[in-house]
Design a protein around this ligand. Structure first.
Ligand code: TEU
Length: 558
């Protein structure tokens, strides 16, 4: 495909959750003008691409992943002129802008659905409708948000499928007219000079027409049918051939529960990258959405290695440890207390030194942590609220207090608190009342403070981003794992595809002080420290040394 080297492989992506980035007009909600006011911040950080979470017109039942109109901007975020102005400001600084594209479903308030439910042509078959008895849904499939994936529509007197909220009906991609409309809409955005897409749940768009019952032991039920469904590659390839291939853009598909083999097929279809969640499942328990488990380094290393080996050579990886749906990476894989700064930097080193394109989720560059949610009414996320209600209703738990701690850890709202710009009121995010609580550690964790502190997490990210731009082996080098089963240290080499410099990456994932021993078969003439999260200890050799808590070290070997 001639994609050996490409701008999107060398890029660092920054994900913006607009509702929580910066509020320009004191209504408590982040907006496009707010992002525009902070474009210099992105420029200073050095990122190459912004991925913007949905800003389309929407009833906002699911943070904008319920699109009412694809070609207009929700008034909370501004206007289309604001979007264009933001695009131009970013482009002037050489930063590209990719849009979050939700094509598996729309809002039930989208014109297509409103017409479809009334049986108006050509929209009749735009969604998954099944006639039948209002008491028994067509099959046993479950929604990702909990509860049945089917709702009965009184108006049409039929069931419709929704793999997420009942206000997010699934589009029927079997219908060529649906595909045509989606493709036309994508082209519309590309003609407006957006630089690519993050495709929401792209591996869910195909379902088997027979709609068979799912295995009752799998969650959500039916997943063996709707994840990587029968025609998914045909659809993605068609989208690529008919639209995406005509533009110089970057695409990344969100594909949960995907295997390495499937990921390669998406790459062959034309997507540049996919998001795997294998490494983010290591601490999930299996008894329900609030169950979490201890994780160990072997699991993280195995999951990472499977993708480094299986995907990055033939195709290309995305690298991330968090997004708007996940707990904060420091709270989850690092130490949000005593070693917050060290562990945030260590995790960043992991992200930036693997083979693939790093995605920085807003606030991670500050070492933001999960906030503490005490009460159910502090949550804003529909998934959180629905899952809690379901647990209470089903009798699995009798009071919210019983699951309070788990919900506090897992809720998607953890990642959705406002960016702390300063230690002023509301962390300098808004002059009004913020739509969601501000994380309580903002007096310590904020942009203003970290800008002035040479040792801050923010400055460390800036250095990593710089290095990524100036060190080709960091982007293209092969992944060669060392110490295959060390319980505390994750170490690997990045070996050049040409030239002679390799990188040695040594990461201490915990708060102990283990000894690192370089395997004898790794040879070099000279070594030099590239970056690390502690003051350098003077050292005569790198053959053997002790690590400090959460220490990260990267050496250049020649
Ligand atoms: O997320 C898809 C997805 O897999 C989520 O259900 C995820 O597993 C869950 O939220 C983790 O708690 C995408 C978007 O990123 C998410 O924000 C949307 O709610 C969802 O699609 C529906 O569009």
């Amino acid at each position: 495909m001639g994609r050996d080297s490409a701008w999107w492989k060398e890029a660092v992506v920054y994900q913006i959750y607009p509702r929580s980035f910066y509020n320009s007009d004191a209504d408590g909600i982040g907006d496009l003008r707010g992002i525009r006011e902070k474009v210099d911040y992105l420029d200073e950080l050095g990122v190459d691409v912004v991925w913007l979470n949905p800003v389309y017109d929407s009833p906002l039942v699911d943070g904008g992943y319920d699109v009412r109109e694809y070609r207009s901007i929700h008034p909370d975020y501004g206007t289309m002129e604001d979007w264009e102005a933001l695009r131009d400001e970013l482009h002037e600084r050489g930063i590209r802008l990719i849009m979050d594209m939700v094509t598996n479903h729309t809002s039930d308030e989208h014109e297509w659905f409103r017409k479809s439910r009334r049986g108006v042509d050509p929209y009749r078959e735009y969604y998954w409708w099944v006639d039948g008895d209002p008491d028994s849904p067509p099959n046993n499939w479950e929604s990702f948000f909990g509860g049945p994936a089917w709702s009965y529509d009184e108006r049409r007197e039929a069931w419709y499928l929704h793999l997420f909220d009942q206000k997010q009906p699934d589009l029927n991609w079997r219908n060529p007219a649906v595909r045509e409309d989606i493709f036309e809409m994508l082209r519309w955005w590309l003609e407006k000079d957006c630089d690519g897409f993050r495709f929401d749940v792209i591996n869910l768009i195909s379902k088997p027409s027979a709609l068979p019952d799912g295995d009752p032991d799998l969650t959500p039920r039916g997943r063996e049918y709707f994840i990587d469904g029968p025609r998914v590659h045909e659809y993605v390839r068609e989208m690529y051939d008919r639209v995406l291939s005509e533009y110089d853009i970057m695409t990344v598909g969100e594909t949960s529960h995907i295997t390495v083999e499937e990921a390669r097929r998406f790459y062959e279809d034309g997507l540049d990258m996919v998001f795997t969640f294998q490494h983010l499942h290591i601490d999930r328990g299996d008894t329900g959405p609030w169950d979490f488990d201890d994780w160990d380094l072997d699991e993280l290393r195995d999951a990472t290695a499977a993708w480094q080996r299986g995907v990055s050579e033939q195709s290309w990886n995305s690298l991330f440890l968090g997004n708007h749906d996940q707990p904060r990476m420091v709270s989850r894989f690092g130490d949000e207390g005593r070693y917050r700064v060290e562990s945030a930097k260590m995790l960043a080193t992991y992200l930036f030194t693997l083979r693939g394109t790093p995605f920085v989720y807003q606030g991670d560059e500050l070492g933001m942590t999960n906030p503490t949610f005490e009460r159910l009414d502090e949550y804003r996320d529909e998934e959180t609220i629905q899952q809690v209600m379901l647990a209470l209703r089903s009798g699995g738990v009798s009071t919210f207090d019983q699951i309070r701690e788990a919900v506090d850890f897992w809720s998607r709202d953890n990642a959705r608190t406002p960016i702390p710009w300063s230690d002023e009121r509301n962390a300098g995010f808004t002059d009004g009342e913020p739509w969601i609580k501000v994380c309580e550690n903002y007096p310590e964790v904020n942009v203003e403070r970290e800008r002035d502190d040479e040792d801050s997490v923010l400055q460390y990210y800036r250095r990593l981003i710089d290095l990524r731009h100036s060190t080709p082996v960091m982007v293209y080098g092969r992944y060669a794992q060392l110490l295959d089963d060390h319980p505390e240290i994750y170490a690997y080499l990045r070996t050049p595809t040409d030239g002679s410099r390799s990188l040695l990456v040594v990461l201490n994932f915990f708060d102990g002080e283990p000894t690192f021993r370089l395997p004898n078969d790794v040879s070099y003439d000279r070594w030099e420290k590239l970056i690390g999260n502690y003051e350098s200890a003077s050292r005569d050799s790198i053959r053997e040394f002790d690590l400090r808590p959460y220490e990260a070290l990267v050496y250049v070997l020649e």
